[in-house]
Design a protein around this ligand. Structure first.
Ligand SMILES: Cc1ncc(COP(=O)(O)O)c(C=O)c1O
Length: 289
């Protein structure tokens, strides 16, 4: 359920009343970047990492940072407060702004459009954790700069629909015989006790949840590495996980209809998932930045 209050260009207002120009370059060119971050009990999770990534995405678009991290933190906290606190997630988008003429090569000095809204974050349905989710594989048809968190998500949208049409939760993407990521998730596998996830680079988004998983694996003393994962390793994995901000970690128990490992969430998933929940509680009440 979308929550009622949004932020647009410095003001808090009812989402129903928010308006942007159809000449905004986000509308015409998807010339915009975004972040999605969870808020647990009113406290934004991994705020610094999300806004570091936003700054990086903006830099790749040759845009200035419209707000400092401290100002973003204020917007997030205020938006959470005005929407009743508790658990939710925030969507934040910065576009290059509106201009007349639809110029591919943008004129300098446009005022960016800054937009954020809040959405309810319902607890993960227990059956997703008990039974796991289905995934299908698909060829990665996206552009060459997947490290930029751009709103140009048409390929991701089409890939997610392939999964939905197959009754699956996610499309896990392959390129040149290697795993890249999911259409909106980072993928980890477990092979003979070792957690593996592809290294960051231009072909995947540097996932913030991915890094939490690796941090917690280190804390638990579980071997883990960022390394290329072949299609054969993916298909033969003992466990496959999806990591993403709005759900943390989910177990994939079938891939293209075949069981992953035993076909139930694996032992390392259960340890990491418990560690994730404990980590959120450990951070509760601490400063978000
Ligand atoms: C393509 C893609 N990869 C990975 C992720 C996971 O990133 P994060 O863990 O920062 O949410 C997302 C999140 O939306 C995504 O869209």
């Amino acid at each position: 359920m979308t929550l009622p209050v949004c932020y647009l260009n410095g003001s808090y207002l009812p989402l129903k009343e928010a308006r942007v120009s159809p000449l905004d370059r986000a509308f015409l060119f998807a010339d915009a970047v975004y972040e999605v971050l969870p808020v647990f009990a009113g406290r934004p999770f991994r705020l610094r990492e999300h806004f570091d990534r936003l700054a990086r995405s903006l830099g790749e678009l040759r845009m200035q940072q419209p707000l400092t991290h401290a100002q973003w933190a204020d917007v997030c906290l205020e938006l959470a407060r005005r929407n009743g606190g508790g658990d939710m997630y925030l969507y934040i988008q910065v576009s290059r702004g509106a201009e007349f003429g639809r110029n591919h090569a943008w004129p300098e000095g446009l005022a960016p459009t800054i937009f954020a809204f809040a959405n309810a974050l319902e607890p993960t349905p227990p059956q997703l954790l008990v039974q796991g989710v289905a995934a299908v594989t698909a060829q990665d048809t996206r552009w060459a700069r997947r490290d930029i968190k751009s709103t140009a998500l048409l390929a991701n949208v089409l890939l997610k629909k392939i999964a939905a049409d197959a009754g699956a939760y996610e499309a896990i993407l392959l390129e040149g015989g290697l795993l890249t990521e999911g259409s909106s998730t980072t993928v980890h596998i477990v092979e003979r006790g070792v957690i593996r996830t592809p290294p960051n680079g231009r072909n995947i988004l540097p996932g913030t949840t991915r890094d939490v998983v690796l941090l917690l694996a280190d804390r638990l003393g579980l071997p883990n590495e960022a390394v290329a994962v072949t299609e054969a390793s993916l298909r033969g994995a003992d466990e496959i996980w999806l990591a993403f901000s709005t759900r943390g970690l989910l177990p994939v128990t079938t891939l293209d209809g075949a069981k992953v490992g035993t076909g139930t969430p694996g032992p390392l998933f259960r340890r990491l998932h418990a560690a994730f929940d404990a980590y959120i509680l450990e951070l509760a009440g601490t400063a978000p930045l």
